[in-house]
Design a protein around this ligand. Structure first.
Ligand code: NDP
Length: 299
């Protein structure tokens, strides 16, 4: 049922990401005109996961648009953990690299903790190293993980106030849900919310969600959050990316979020689409972190 159609606004991550990249390109141009070198991002891609290839491709294209250098380091699916860590150490030691990422997920035989620990925190533009996570939790300036950082940029540019609001984050992964809940609860811009972090053991998720002014969905389950779980005028940020079969598409599939967009969008005040919402902002936030790593090196 259409309850509030006139005020609902789509949070257009695609357009905002283009704007942010244009702004960053101007900043990079100024450095180049001043005779400085271009910033340089590297990405390690392990194996042949098609989605990972697409995500890395988006990141490399964004580097080109912003005018920064990028390098792709390929590794075979069966690379040993030791050999992968050697590749990481080589990037740590390479003075021409400002920052790098290791595209997730990694093959099962590799321990992601050991991989993250091997990254030089000063080059950790994904913000996953415990040193950077710790700084973030303490409110010390650092690299913020790209997806939560992209969401903060979205809140900032759409002038969405979080202070005093009740936010419910669904999903507690180290890369999205947990950092997001910390950021929203900090005494800082786009923080000061009262945050509930929920997960698969949460009892009666629906009653938690019905109290939420802001919902961040990072679950990985297609259209899991439905209209009856959302209060009127809520702000909905959908991080989920799920493939569903769609025989009308050439690819045979399409992407949907963790939120039932079609019905929830008729009830809320703001909502991110999937695709075209959080995803493009994650890429813009990664580039922002790379520029930060570059500037830190110059200081
Ligand atoms: P994870 O699989 O690491 O975490 C999923 C979380 O959801 C877990 O904390 C899990 O709980 C929770 N969960 C699962 N089922 C339920 C349930 N029934 N009720 C409540 N909570 C539940 O996922 P990620 O955080 O890595 O990713 C989440 C989604 O976001 C995926 O679709 C992913 O593709 C997408 N994504 C999108 C990005 C973007 O740029 N747009 C970037 C990163 C991810 P528990 O801890 O108890 O298992």
């Amino acid at each position: 049922m259409l309850t509030n159609p006139s005020t609902m606004q789509i949070l257009d991550g695609k357009t905002l990401s283009v704007t942010l990249q244009r702004e960053m390109a101007e900043e990079v141009d100024q450095w180049l005109e001043a005779g400085k070198r271009a910033p340089h991002l590297a990405a390690i891609l392990v194996g042949n996961n098609p989605a990972s290839k697409v995500y890395v491709g988006h990141k490399i294209k964004a580097c080109e648009r912003v005018g920064i250098q990028s390098s792709l380091v390929d590794a075979e699916e069966d690379i040993t953990q030791e050999a992968l860590i050697e590749k990481i150490q080589a990037l740590n030691a390479d003075p021409s690299i400002d920052g790098f990422i290791i595209q997730l997920p990694l093959p099962r035989h590799i321990d992601p903790e050991q991989v993250i620990l091997a990254v030089d925190p000063d080059k950790d533009v994904d913000g996953f190293h415990p040193a950077n996570m710790g700084k973030m939790a303490l409110g010390i300036d650092t690299f913020i993980p790209a997806t939560p950082y992209g969401i903060l940029l979205m809140l900032e540019r759409y002038r969405i106030t979080t202070s005093g609001k009740k936010a419910v984050v669904v999903g507690r992964s180290n890369i999205v849900g947990t950092p997001m809940s910390i950021l929203l609860s900090r005494n800082a811009p786009f923080g000061n919310a009262t945050v509930t972090l929920t997960h698969s053991r949460t009892k009666d998720l629906r009653s938690q969600l019905l109290q939420a002014d802001i919902i961040i969905a990072a679950i990985g389950r297609e259209r899991f959050i439905t209209e009856d779980m959302v209060k009127e005028d809520a702000i909905i940020i959908d991080v989920g990316i799920n493939r569903i079969v769609d025989e009308t598409r050439k690819s045979g599939y399409r992407l949907v979020g963790d939120v039932d967009f079609e019905n929830v969008s008729e009830k809320c005040s703001f909502i991110t689409p999937v695709p075209g919402g959080v995803g493009p902002l994650t890429v813009a936030a990664l580039i922002k972190n790379t520029l930060k790593a570059y500037k830190n090196k110059l200081d």
